[in-house]
Design a protein around this ligand. Structure first.
Ligand SMILES: [Zn+2]
Length: 315
């Protein structure tokens, strides 16, 4: 894989290289990132698997994907947090090679998925990946996360995958962006993946939330800022923006060891999901789908939006 840039400016806070792998020869660009939260490993594992088959498979679908798109795979957005097995990263003092400390004497940590904000970009990773995004100008993005264990309260089934994004469809922000274009595309992308993977093998899918009837609407999330066309530091003067979705696989390292068997299944689930997303975009099946499908994906009625810009907002 290629380092984003070889100069020191594009290293992580602790000096690790930031890697991106490119596959395909198309003029349309896609962005897939994993492990922005360091303790959520399956983004990396599944992307490496997809990368291998995408680079070598002779199947007509994969050929079509490679011909239409250049895909930018970021398997480890947060290499320091991955090494430390923490959600956040730690701001680092290069001269002492120690964490930078806050007023309370504790190390300064940053959730990289709140750091693409006008007053953000505290971590070097955020600045590097943002600048790379302004160079790539992708058409769509996918962000792979983990959530806690989740159970369908009606059926009692374990939910293995939740679909959504960090700006709620129908919420206070997304419908106002580009006349609702990304609100529709979020519903279509999530709906397509749901149709393709739900109840395949062990996979049970629903809509992403952070509590019963609570969904997030955060502006500082990386893919939120992408959809909002953030122009930070004058690096995005044309106001490029792109639609995006999240995959939230159940279980992360905070939930303890899931065992090898579960781990293999969860990696496979992400792999099938990524393949469904890619092929749906390549064939146009995503863009043809009725966005009303979003309502069919199992979910609790939305009651509150949890924001990083206006507190908690009733739906
Ligand atoms: Zn996460």
């Amino acid at each position: 894989m290629l380092p984003v840039r070889s100069c020191a400016e594009y290293l992580s806070e602790q000096g690790r290289e930031l890697y991106v792998a490119q596959v395909g020869t198309g003029t349309r660009h896609l962005w897939i990132q994993g492990r922005i939260h360091g303790d959520e490993p399956y983004g990396l594992d599944s992307l490496m698997t997809v990368l291998r088959s995408l680079a070598s498979s002779g199947s007509p679908t994969y050929r079509q994907i490679r011909e239409q798109f250049t895909i930018h795979f970021i398997p480890v957005y947060n290499p320091d947090g991955s090494e430390m097995n923490t959600r956040t990263t730690t701001l680092w003092d290069e001269t002492t090679n120690q964490p930078r400390l806050g007023a309370n004497g504790r190390p300064l940590t940053v959730d990289l998925n709140r750091d693409w904000a006008v007053n953000g970009f505290r971590a070097r990773e955020s600045r590097a990946w943002y600048e790379y995004w302004t160079m790539v100008k992708p058409e769509y993005a996918l962000d792979i996360h983990h959530q806690g264990m989740k159970v369908d309260r009606t059926t009692g089934e374990a939910i293995t995958l939740s679909l959504g994004v960090s700006l709620a469809p129908g919420g206070p922000t997304l419908p106002g962006i580009r006349g609702g274009e990304y609100d529709v595309l979020t519903r279509q992308m999530a709906g397509h993946v749901w149709q393709q993977v739900d109840h395949r093998g062990h996979i049970t899918t629903d809509r992403y939330d952070v509590g019963e009837g609570v969904v997030i609407d955060i502006h500082g999330g990386v893919v939120s800022a992408m959809m909002m066309g953030l122009n930070w530091n004058g690096l995005n003067p044309t106001g490029h923006s792109n639609a995006a979705i999240f995959f939230e696989t159940s279980g992360n390292t905070r939930d303890g060891s899931l065992g090898q068997k579960a781990r293999g299944k969860l990696i496979q689930q992400n792999m099938l999901g990524v393949e469904a997303w890619l092929s749906g975009l390549a064939t146009g099946a995503v863009q043809r789908l009725d966005p009303e499908i979003w309502e069919q994906i199992p979910h609790d009625p939305v009651q509150y939006y949890f924001t990083d810009w206006g507190g908690t907002i009733p739906a």
